[in-house]
Ligand binder design. Structure first.
Ligand code: CA
Length: 247
């Protein structure tokens, strides 16, 4: 644990220097949903691959891990441009996202990421305001958060695909989350699992913690701008008291 404490201390110092901040005093945690709270990415990638293949778009299931964090509309536009050399129409975005969501809902109920409940509880006990920041607009996953994390994510403290124009990796979602939490960047921790989400959080100026919960290698998360990369959500839940204490 001592080594971890030193890593945490060093990463906070590096973060302050990088942004020119004189302090880091967390009041809010801005938290991604898919792959961070819910172990849902394996079914999202399967649903995306199935829908796009039916459409005649050549793609691999693995590539959808790279688009994780983008809104559904942005993912559809990216692939339609690549396959057909034109932007997706608004009707296509709506229809294809609904089809992908339908496939996702056919698959088994996703589990909560191990350690996520403990992580959220620790934040709540330390009076840290939690804001959900997701590129998803999928009602089934958004609705279950009330049961999975009781009191953790009030509905007026949620940024979804419906709240943003650009979406991750643009800093917009995390900047809007900071405004909802009435917190400055140096008062915010971002908790993410994917490179595009990490990039968004880091560009917004928050202390950005990346947790590897899937096949994305550590180095991609560091490259995207993570201030700290941890091997599991359980590790973050273990270290969170030290992180909050270090500030
Ligand atoms: Ca994610």
């Amino acid at each position: 644990m001592e080594k971890h404490n030193k890593d945490i201390h060093d990463s906070i110092e590096r973060y302050k220097i990088r942004h020119g901040y004189t302090s880091f005093t967390p009041r809010a945690a801005l938290i991604d949903m898919d792959g961070t709270l819910l172990d849902s990415m394996k079914w999202h990638t399967k649903a995306w691959h199935r829908m796009m293949t039916e459409l005649g778009v050549e793609c691999t299931r693995e590539e959808f891990y790279l688009y994780e964090g983008m809104t559904g509309a942005a993912t559809i536009d990216t692939l339609i441009r690549r396959a057909f050399g034109r932007p997706a129409t608004p009707e296509e975005k709506t229809e294809l996202y609904a089809r992908k969501t339908g496939y996702f809902n056919e698959y088994p109920r996703v589990e909560i990421v191990k350690g996520a409940e403990r992580m959220v509880r620790c934040l709540m006990e330390n009076d840290i305001t939690c804001v959900l920041v997701t590129g998803s607009g999928q009602p089934s996953n958004l609705a279950r958060l009330d049961d999975d994390f009781p009191g953790g994510f009030p509905h007026d403290l949620r940024i979804t695909s419906h709240s943003v124009t650009f979406g991750k990796p643009h800093p917009e979602p995390y900047l809007k989350a900071m405004a909802l939490a009435k917190a400055a960047p140096w008062e915010c921790i971002v908790i993410e699992n994917a490179p595009l989400g990490v990039e968004s959080g880091a560009k917004a100026g928050a202390f950005t913690i990346a947790v590897t919960t899937g096949p994305i290698p550590d180095k991609e998360l560091w490259k995207a701008g993570a201030d700290l990369v941890l091997p599991s959500m359980e590790t973050l839940a273990d270290l969170l008291p030290y992180i909050l204490n270090e500030c």
